[in-house]
Design a protein around this ligand. Structure first.
Ligand code: RFL
Ligand code: PHB
Length: 389
């Protein structure tokens, strides 16, 4: 067994793990990143698209935003649609902030390149990753890479391995409290070579179900339709998808569909986000339904709390920020959970299973469309709450 020594063992090369590795490196703290997948896989995985202004600023300050500034699409507003009526939410007018469309896999590419440029280890296709001795001051991670067994000895483990990773599962069941809601619907998402129908996002509530028109560039549309939670994408031939999108969004531009997938919807929080020397960040600790576009942004927000905490520990042996990490991160996480749940409830349809709820939620959306106070309430959360809230 080969032994490796580092200060922070980071499991997962998603936005959380890669950003943490980068911020630690800039401040002179060493880390080793272990990723289960191959590099081409994580660089092509289509996921989030919308960055809060605070996430953009965080990536900028970290020196990771050159291409994001060139290629990202800044949006000053977004559209809501109900019963054929459209309402523009003037995000910039209401908050002074804007959001940016930039595919998560593009951020991942930028961060992988930055990591590799440092020359510090990022192991792709690391298998059998297992955590040991997390409640001691000398935790270890064992893994297999290119057929050889390795042991990584560290001071701290950062569990940035997403919802299905081994980190959360390594916490003793008796210390972990899980809060969860699974929604009775999912999103069918497509990527199409088609000009976006609008230069801003359109969120629609419709009797047939929710739909969202977003984009990845001036020539690539990203479109979502509410579907059944266990939907087989094979039930959605291209013609049915376009029909659904036209009906719910009032017309979209068609083009070749290059990707099709179903995303289940859940709200999930695991507390606390720390046990001993293991710290969870991003989807490893919490999941939001995608309606509010908050998943990647929350991962960035967690790292904004975790990185300074680890730096204080390694610089001065000061554990106070590490001790406060879970409570500090969770204060913002629960507000963002509430926003994501609210947007999800307001925009989806029960398919006739709960007619009262459908009426109330349609009225909620109508109220937002009619009230400037309600629009401000939506906008300040959509562009991103301040990090110290
Ligand atoms: P990630 O990105 O899942 O990264 C975790 C990494 O850990 C690796 N891993 C392991 N590595 C080693 N050993 C193991 N045993 C491992 N198990 C897993 C994985 O391969 C992976 O590389 O988590 P992270 O870094 O916390 O980032 C979270 C975000 O990825 C996620 O919240 C967002 O994608 C959610 N999301 C959205 N978020 C937004 O902020 N705005 C959006 O517009 C938005 N839209 C979306 C979304 C997620 C979607 N899907 C498919 C879930 C739209 C969709 C359709
Ligand atoms: C996306 O561009 O994929 C996206 C945008 C906004 C959302 C969800 C997904 O609310």
């Amino acid at each position: 067994m080969a032994h490796i020594r580092t200060q922070v063992g980071i499991i997962g090369a998603g936005p959380a793990g890669l950003l943490l590795a980068h911020l630690l490196h800039k401040a002179g703290v060493d880390s080793v990143v272990l990723e289960r997948q191959a590099r081409p896989y994580i660089e092509a995985r289509i996921r989030a698209g919308l960055l809060e202004q605070g996430s953009v600023d965080t990536l900028h300050d970290a020196g990771l935003a050159d291409r994001l500034h060139r290629e990202g699409l800044a949006h000053d507003g977004m559209q809501l649609r109900l019963a054929g009526r459209d309402c523009r939410i003037d995000l910039h007018g209401l908050t002074g902030k804007r959001v940016t469309i930039y595919g998560q896999q593009e951020s991942v590419k930028d961060m992988v390149a930055a990591r590799l440029a440092t020359g510090r280890p990022l192991f792709f296709e690391a298998s059998e990753v297992a955590l040991h001795d997390i409640a001691t001051t000398a935790p270890r991670i064992t893994f297999t890479h290119e057929g050889a067994a390795h042991e990584l000895r560290c001071d701290v483990i950062a569990g940035c391995d997403g919802f299905h990773g081994p980190s959360r599962a390594a916490m003793p069941a008796e210390v972990l409290r899980v809060y969860e809601r699974v929604y009775p619907f999912a999103w069918l998402g497509i990527l199409a070579d088609a000009k976006p129908v609008s230069h801003e996002l359109i969120y629609a509530r419709h009797p047939d179900g929710f739909a969202l028109a977003t984009m990845r560039s001036e020539t690539v549309s990203r479109l979502y339709l509410q579907c059944a939670p266990d939907e087989d994408p094979a039930n959605w031939p291209d013609e049915r998808i376009w029909e659904g999108l036209h009906a719910r969004l009032g017309g979209v531009n068609e083009g070749r569909i290059t990707q099709k997938g179903v995303t289940p919807m859940r709200s999930f929080v695991a507390e606390p986000m720390r046990h001993g020397r293991l710290f969870l960040a991003g989807d490893a600790a919490h999941i939001v339904p995608p309606t509010g576009a908050k998943g990647m942004n929350l991962a960035v927000a967690d790292i904004r709390v975790l990185a300074p905490a680890l730096l204080a520990f390694f610089a001065r042996g000061d554990e106070r920020l590490m001790d406060a990490y879970s409570a500090t991160a969770l204060r913002r996480i629960w507000k963002v959970q509430r926003f994501s749940w609210w947007m999800t409830a307001m925009l989806h349809n029960s398919n006739g299973n709960d007619p009262f709820e459908d009426r109330v939620q349609a009225a909620e959306l109508a109220h937002v469309m009619d009230s400037e106070a309600a629009q401000r309430f939506l906008a300040e959360q959509y562009v991103g709450l301040p990090y110290d809230a």
